[in-house]
Design a protein around this ligand. Structure first.
Ligand code: 13P
Length: 246
């Protein structure tokens, strides 16, 4: 199991340092692998606190280009320079607020691979898609467009680890968790879709994962862990989620 924490744009420097220290303690008894996605300005802090621990860390986004005149952006190689091993690609908040397309996400994943970063690639449908019965089609399109583009660009040479996160947009930060049936159906669909592309990857669920629903979600056959937003900001709650991943 993989339990990943996405802090989004939260926490002061002091609170970030304290939470990273808690993660270090949580990892001591964890059977799951832990990865934390910190705001880019805390990469140095994460490197300080987490080096020599089993907690891996990464950034929440990178630019698709190697370097250049992109004010405010950060490159995959800058992230790797801080000892980070991972980057999140295609989170729905990036798709929504930064107009990221399936092809751009593939370019970011390719750039990440060239800098030695592993990627968690996020997919998920909107509430409208869910209501109209288009969920599986939407997620299948996101997976195939991005992964075919990524496969063509990397030319089979990369050793990049790929993890998929299924995050229904309507369940993110809303307290609405997808039902166990909905999660099972989509995770099986994601695994079948990527198998069709010759890819095997762990598939995480994300969307209002909390201490009280984590164990049921982790018991599902095709769930390989979680990508946790809000509940990852609280050390006690996060440690309960990690403990549920046995
Ligand atoms: P919440 O756990 O706050 O719903 O966020 C999920 C998410 O977007 C993780 O990437």
């Amino acid at each position: 199991m993989i339990i990943a924490a996405n802090w989004k744009m939260n926490l002061s420097r002091q609170n970030a340092g304290d939470l990273l220290k808690s993660y270090r303690d949580i990892s001591a008894d964890a059977s799951a692998s832990l990865i934390t996605f910190v705001p880019a300005c805390y990469l140095a802090l994460a490197e300080d606190v987490l080096s020599k621990t089993s907690v891996q860390f990464g950034a929440q986004d990178c630019h698709a280009a190697e370097k250049g005149a992109f004010t405010g952006d950060i490159s995959a190689s800058m992230i790797a320079d801080f000892g980070a091993g991972w980057v999140l690609c295609g989170h729905s908040e990036r798709r929504q607020y930064h107009a990221e397309t399936d092809n751009l996400i593939a370019e970011k994943m390719t750039q990440a691979a060239q800098s030695g970063l592993n990627a968690i690639f996020c997919v998920g449908e909107s509430h409208e898609d869910r209501l109209s019965g288009a969920s599986v089609d939407v997620v299948t399109r996101q997976l195939t467009t991005t992964l075919q583009h990524w496969q063509a660009a990397r030319g089979g040479r990369s050793t990049q680890s790929l993890v998929i996160a299924y995050e229904p947009i309507w369940a993110i930060g809303t307290g609405l968790v997808a039902s166990l049936e909905q999660i099972s159906e989509m995770h099986a669909g994601v695994k079948a879709c990527i198998a069709g592309l010759g890819i095997t990857a762990p598939v995480l669920y994300g969307g209002s994962v909390k201490p009280d629903n984590a164990a049921d979600i982790f018991a599902l056959a095709d769930v390989d862990g979680a990508l946790v937003g809000g509940a990852s900001l609280d050390a006690e709650g996060f440690s309960q989620i990690v403990a549920a991943a046995r």
